[in-house]
Design a protein around this ligand. Structure first.
Ligand code: SF4
Ligand code: SF4
Length: 151
């Protein structure tokens, strides 16, 4: 008889959840959660008014990246202005720590409030400069160092 009791108990739990008005199942992808302003997801490279990448190829973000997933090849124009000849981020290796955004003196590279970056193969996760510039999702605000709740 114990299995009957267990079955009834299980069905009662199922029924309870079926009519629970507080259930949190989200009908993804039709509906989506509102992400926190501090959500750290897919990167974006911000651009100037003329549409160029804000990056000045200073080299700080690849130096600070703990996952070693930023590739930068710097270039220089006739005026001596540096710019990224190659700038790539491997979103698969990235641990979304936010150091690159924090360290960037030009506020060029940002993490984004975005997580739908699934790919069919490994190579698809490597975002080149063009792809990083084409992202339009909102950027992460990271944290305010003066906010005691920041950590
Ligand atoms: S978020 Fe962290 S791990 Fe990802 S690219 Fe930036 S520094 Fe590297
Ligand atoms: S820290 Fe900023 S300016 Fe420097 S290489 Fe990275 S994205 Fe470019």
């Amino acid at each position: 008889m114990s299995y009957v009791r267990a079955t009834l108990k299980g069905m009662a739990v199922t029924l309870k959840h079926l009519v629970d008005p507080h259930k949190v199942t989200m009908q993804y992808p039709e509906t989506k959660w509102d992400l926190s302003p501090r959500w750290r997801g897919t990167h974006r490279m911000l651009t100037t008014e003329t549409g160029k990448a804000k990056c000045v190829a200073c080299g700080l973000c690849p130096s600070v990246c703990p996952a070693n997933c930023i590739k930068l090849v710097p270039g220089e124009d006739e005026q001596g202005n540096r710019y990224p000849l190659v700038f790539e981020i491997d979103e698969f290796r990235c641990i979304f720590c936010g150091y690159c955004q924090e360290v960037c003196p030009e506020e060029a590279i940002h993490l984004g409030r975005h997580y739908e970056n699934a790919e069919f193969d490994r190579a698809g996760f490597v975002y080149d400069l063009e792809r990083l510039m084409a992202q339009t999702h909102p950027v992460s605000e990271l944290w305010d160092p003066s906010d005691p709740r920041g950590e």
